[in-house]
Design a protein. Structure first.
Length: 424
């Protein structure tokens, strides 16, 4: 089965090394299209929360949103997904999402960040699968190895209006690659992830009946947890590049960061039943996360969803279809939750915090960018823009990044109007 979750937009690639993968050549099996991979998972007979070495006491209660009375109601005969979905990424060519973020207000196709303090790290070289504005998932390599974790645990329960998810962060479904990435692994040429995977101690308490906040909220790194116990992070690496495109993950689309936290940035190919009616995770505001598949050759994309990467449609809860708001993991950037529709209980930065070096204040208010970080409205670092202030399109350039001098070519980034030094 080919990776289907690591489909993300990526455009700027600076030299850095925080999550060094455990390199590998191309996927060992023939590469089905991303949609074929989704179809394989959707046809799997595995249960929605297949857990090894874990007890699941998952009860579902109706999700309601005070600002939308229809949320949490039983499904109606009207199909909210009519006319939506496509097979546009069956060729494996995906748009890059580098620096596609905003900090003032949510915007469809962008990640709404609370802060843009650049942390450094990520893949140190662009792979040949990355183009000017797209990347090819079929050409990307993955970290070698397929390690199972018999000690993986996850327990999901609901009581007194709270959904509690207790996990040690190891995947109860799926395997991991060999981390740290070995120097003999071909992936090490692009991403020398030096981190090991270690068990964590998660105890997430989320609202079982989430409601919409007055306005969507920003995010800073972690956005939710999958039903197999693995944390879900936003779409970026530590330098706000498309993590799924630039960083090298394993065959299940995961990798560890410096604290040993194994995590996903995009939809894991190892999570079964990635259909739009099946819950595969929970966002930190309590709303469910589903897969993108509507039917054969019909997959929801970013264009079908709202600014937070969600939609209201029927999903299976408590053994019946419930019409509710939910986030969708898509094949294209930003892949999953890009802002929170409800009040977030996202962990604050710390030992188990997410990627990207992003952070926000306890009240979730957006803060300014750190010196040298990408621009406030989603763009390349100011240093990259300055490097081409006297240059022309196609001219050579260089600028100083968090991990040293970065060389590139002056180009106009997607969505920008000025030249910037694009690392090559």
């Amino acid at each position: 089965m080919h990776k289907l979750a690591a489909i993300i937009f990526s455009f700027f690639a600076a030299i850095s090394s925080l999550f060094g993968p455990s390199g590998s050549a191309a996927k060992p099996q023939a590469s089905p299209s991303p949609t074929q991979a989704v179809a394989e998972m959707a046809s799997s007979s595995a249960p929605a929360i297949p857990v090894s070495g874990a007890s699941i006491a998952a009860t579902s209660s109706a999700i309601v949103a005070s600002s939308s009375p229809a949320l949490g109601s039983e499904a109606s005969s009207t199909d909210p997904l009519a006319g939506l979905g496509s097979d546009m990424y069956s060729d494996g060519i995906l748009p890059l999402g580098d620096y596609r973020y905003v900090t003032k207000a949510p915007k469809k196709g962008y990640v709404y960040l609370c802060n843009t303090a650049q942390g450094g790290g990520g893949a140190q070289e662009n792979g040949p699968w990355i183009g000017t504005s797209t990347w090819n998932i079929y050409q990307k390599i993955y970290v070698q190895g397929a390690t199972s974790w018999p000690n993986a645990t996850v327990h999901i329960s609901v009581a007194n209006g709270t959904r509690t998810i207790v996990s040690n962060g190891l995947p109860t479904v799926g395997t991991t690659g060999d981390f740290p990435i070995s120097a003999t692994d071909p992936a090490s040429a692009y991403d020398r992830n030096p981190n090991s995977i270690s068990a964590q101690n998660y105890d997430f308490n989320l609202p079982a009946n989430p409601v919409f906040a007055a306005a969507p909220g920003c995010i800073f790194g972690e956005v939710g947890v999958m039903t197999n116990g693995v944390p879900l992070l936003d779409a970026f690496d530590a330098e706000y590049r498309d993590a799924a495109a630039h960083e090298i993950q394993d065959s299940c689309d995961g990798h560890p960061h410096e604290n040993g936290v194994y995590h996903y940035h995009s939809l894991s190919a190892c999570i079964p039943d990635a259909t739009v009616t099946n819950i595969i995770g929970w966002a930190f505001d309590g709303f469910p996360i589903t897969g993108p598949k509507i039917a054969d050759h019909r997959y929801l994309t970013t264009a079908d969803l709202d600014e937070c990467h969600g939609i209201k449609s029927p999903i299976m809860m408590g053994g019946k279809l419930v019409d509710t708001y939910h986030y969708v993991m898509t094949l294209d950037f930003p892949y999953s939750v890009s802002c929170f529709r409800g009040r977030s209980y996202e962990p604050r930065p710390g030992a188990n915090a997410g990627s990207g070096g992003t952070a926000h204040s306890p009240d979730g208010a957006a803060q300014g960018s750190a010196t040298g970080a990408p621009g406030q409205n989603g763009g390349p670092p100011q240093a990259a823009v300055n490097a081409c202030s006297n240059g022309s399109n196609g001219s050579m350039c260089s600028f100083s990044g968090p991990n040293g001098t970065i060389s590139g070519i002056c180009r106009t980034p997607p969505g920008q109007s000025t030249l910037a030094c694009v690392p090559q």
